[in-house]
Ligand binder design. Structure first.
Ligand SMILES: O=C(NNC1=NCCC1)c1ccc(Br)cc1
Length: 330
């Protein structure tokens, strides 16, 4: 089997992408954020306090003839940006892009943090990290990808995220029409559960490529690209008026700046992030100061190859043994 579904940016700066999924019988459609940086599948639900729901679609297990309570099981998750949610668990039929998993663990939120309440076009998340990260207790649950694996034509899913446009997620096949040339693969270290791998180096604009191993995680659920301070300062040194603002919590610069491109390596292959992806957003709607899509990872303890980097490539997440990740030019 295979599946294919849209990845739709939820606002004009691509802060996150959502994908239509269906849960239950008859199918209830929700728009979920497919997130390779976590491994819980949770949804706004009939159990979410109405004070915490602002425009989201909700899953009502009582309206599904195939829902079953996973008795005595709860979950609680905290994301890297400080957001979080918690609740109870049902199993039900779950479909993405025509690919169905029967009795998928669907984690129903009984509490969500304010940043989820405020994101009215995001109805929950589908974790696509390794199942070891799942927070359901007393027994942890499998991700949609792990459940779908036995029926997939190929043990892969792919992400084709786009700048200010709708892209796609595919399951079980690699669509040759979505990239040119070959996919370059590199090993993944799956502990503690992220898609952890290394870049082979980087270049700022037309500068020389610096060959240096940079370990981090490819995370579709993180908006920006977070790299070591030395690399980030070298980048913004090329931007007149750029500064690392304590007030705004990162590098800002005049929106009129001409930014350099940023190139990263995967083994021998090179992927260039256009300057426009790094001119991320105005710090407020009427400001002429802009916030960068490339920021320092020094506070995080790990480098994160978020959407700003991933949307510059066609990315293959391969669940083979051993797992690997592949990047193709598009
Ligand atoms: O939470 C993480 N990724 N996904 C999401 N962020 C916000 C909502 C979903 C995340 C994972 C690992 C590290 Br290290 C930093 C961040």
């Amino acid at each position: 089997d295979t599946g294919s579904a849209a990845a739709v940016p939820i606002n004009e700066v691509d802060i996150a992408y959502v994908t239509p999924v269906t849960v239950g019988t008859p199918p209830q459609t929700l728009m979920l954020d497919l997130d390779t940086g976590s491994s819980d599948l949770w949804v706004f639900s009939s159990l979410t306090p109405s004070s915490q729901v602002r425009g989201q679609e909700i899953y009502s297990p009582a309206k599904s003839s195939t829902s079953k309570l996973l008795s005595g099981h709860t979950w609680s998750i905290r994301y890297g940006d400080g957001s979080g949610s918690r609740g109870t668990v049902y199993t039900d039929n779950f479909t993405i892009g025509g690919l169905e998993v029967e009795s998928q663990a669907v984690q129903t939120a009984q509490e969500v943090s304010s940043s989820f309440t405020q994101e009215q076009s995001l109805d929950g998340l589908v974790g696509l990290g390794f199942s070891t990260l799942n927070t359901v207790r007393p027994s942890s649950q499998l991700t949609f990808f792990d459940n779908a694996r036995p029926k997939l034509d190929e043990e892969v899913f792919t992400a084709d995220l786009k700048y200010h446009a709708t892209g796609s997620y595919d399951f079980g096949f690699i669509d040759r029409a979505k990239y040119t040339g070959n996919i370059t693969y590199t090993p993944v270290q799956q502990s503690p559960g992220y898609w952890t791998h290394s870049l082979s180096g980087y270049a700022v604009g037309s500068g020389a490529f610096q060959s240096t191993q940079i370990q981090g995680i490819s995370d579709t659920g993180t908006t920006l690209l977070y790299l070591p301070t030395a690399i980030v300062t070298a980048y913004y040194r090329q931007v007149q008026g750029a500064q690392n603002s304590q007030y705004y919590g990162g590098y800002v610069f005049p929106c009129s700046s001409t930014l350099p491109t940023f190139t990263f390596g995967i083994e021998g292959a090179r992927f260039t992030i256009p300057a426009s992806y790094i001119n991320y957003t105005r710090i407020s709607p009427t400001s002429s100061t802009c916030y960068g899509g490339l920021q320092s990872s020094s506070g995080l303890g790990i480098n994160i190859f978020g959407d700003v980097a991933l949307k510059a490539a066609f990315v293959v997440f391969s669940g083979t043994n051993p797992p690997r990740i592949g990047f193709g030019t598009k």
